[in-house]
Design a protein. Structure first.
Length: 380
């Protein structure tokens, strides 16, 4: 009998023994102690490596152990028996998986206990933070009788503008331009696809905030770094049990009552876009926020649609005028051959009857990768 088959048999024996003794009826500490005793006696004849692995299956991270310990891995994606991970901008398949459904369920339950929420049929999604990762989980029946888990590593390093220059995300000249825009309290919308560096860029810029400048940060997931002691972060909350929903619209209303010097929104993604733009149009400056889009043109289209979600009675002309008076620049980030970079910076320089006027302040020519700056205007 090979080691893999023997290990699986041992796991099945442990599972049967644990279920027979109804350990789940014990207090958590007593359950853990009894479980440890049963496992230790069952794995005595196994090699040390197999013993360590079974212990990790029941009490640790199982096949994810080495991925979680590797700081260069930025994302872990788990689809029942399949594990994939992202490293240096590329996705690879992991050559390991949980050995049985019983230990997989225990692993998920440890995550649920840490987050403080368990998925249900009525609320099959979970978002939260766990072990240095942002967690997103979807359960059955949404996902074909399986559980889909995505772990995105929270960066332990606070990237500065100099770090972004050293990693070729931007040139020193562009960093100076963006810092000047930030210090002049221009309203900047950072756009790009998933993992293109939007949050990293925002965090680098807000490190430059004055120590007595009050920033109110609004997020769905905890990713932005509060820059000083006078600033505040507020997180949304999904409705659960007897707790009502707290969305970005309600948090924005609260932010206006908190004497903000700047308001930041981690990601604009819904009808709160209407309230946000109304706030900016009344003189609140220094906004920083992100939005998923591949270009400045696409970002403006998406923003129009999001505002319409919050104000379906408004005309397109009204929405475009609101956008034009509220935003100063759109910064577009992208992932190119596994590295992040800023592709273009566009100023909203005007609005005509046929669309927005965008003036490029910085852009990369894709064919030559040369920087081009000029007075040319794009009409959106």
């Amino acid at each position: 009998m090979n080691l893999q088959v023997h290990t699986n048999n041992i796991l099945n024996q442990i599972e049967a023994s644990l279920q027979k003794k109804n350990l789940h009826l014990l207090a958590p500490e007593d359950e853990k102690q009894k479980t440890s005793e049963i496992i230790r006696s069952a794995i005595l004849e196994l090699p040390k490596a197999a013993q360590k692995r079974i212990q990790a299956e029941f009490f640790g991270h199982g096949p994810l152990e080495e991925l979680i310990l590797d700081p260069s891995i930025t994302e872990i994606m788990m689809n029942q028996d399949y594990v994939h991970f992202e490293k240096s901008g590329f996705i690879y398949q992991h050559n390991d998986h949980f050995q049985c459904a019983f230990t997989l369920d225990r692993f998920f339950n440890r995550i649920f206990d840490t987050i403080g929420r368990h998925p249900t049929l009525t609320m099959p999604f979970i978002d939260g933070s766990w072990n240095g990762f942002r967690v997103h989980l979807v359960r059955n029946p949404i996902c074909n009788n399986s559980i889909q888990l995505t772990l995105r590593r929270h960066s332990e390093r606070h990237w500065s503008l100099n770090d972004l220059i050293n990693h070729k995300m931007m040139t020193p000249q562009l960093a100076d331009k963006l810092l000047t825009s930030f210090q002049k309290k221009e309203n900047l919308l950072i756009v790009g696809t998933t993992g293109s560096g939007k949050t990293t860029l925002i965090n680098a810029l807000i490190q430059k905030a004055h120590s007595m400048e009050r920033l109110i940060l609004i997020e769905d997931t905890d990713e932005l770094i509060v820059p000083n002691s006078v600033s505040v972060k507020m997180l949304t909350r999904l409705a659960s049990h007897n707790l009502p929903l707290v969305n970005q619209q309600s948090l924005l209303m609260q932010a206006l009552r908190m004497r903000p010097d700047r308001i930041l929104v981690g990601e604009v993604r819904g009808p709160e876009a209407k309230d946000l733009l109304l706030t900016l149009s009344t003189g609140h400056s220094g906004f920083l926020g992100s939005l998923h889009a591949k270009s400045a043109r696409e970002a403006l289209w998406r923003l129009e649609m999001l505002v319409q979600m919050g104000a379906p009675q408004w005309s397109l002309d009204t929405i475009r005028k609101l956008i034009q008076v509220s935003l100063d620049k759109i910064v577009v980030t992208e992932r190119h051959h596994g590295t992040r970079r800023i592709r273009e910076v566009m100023r909203l320089s005007g609005l005509e009857h046929h669309g927005f006027l965008l003036e490029p302040e910085y852009e990369i020519n894709r064919s030559s990768c040369n920087i081009q700056i000029g007075p040319r205007r794009n009409i959106v």
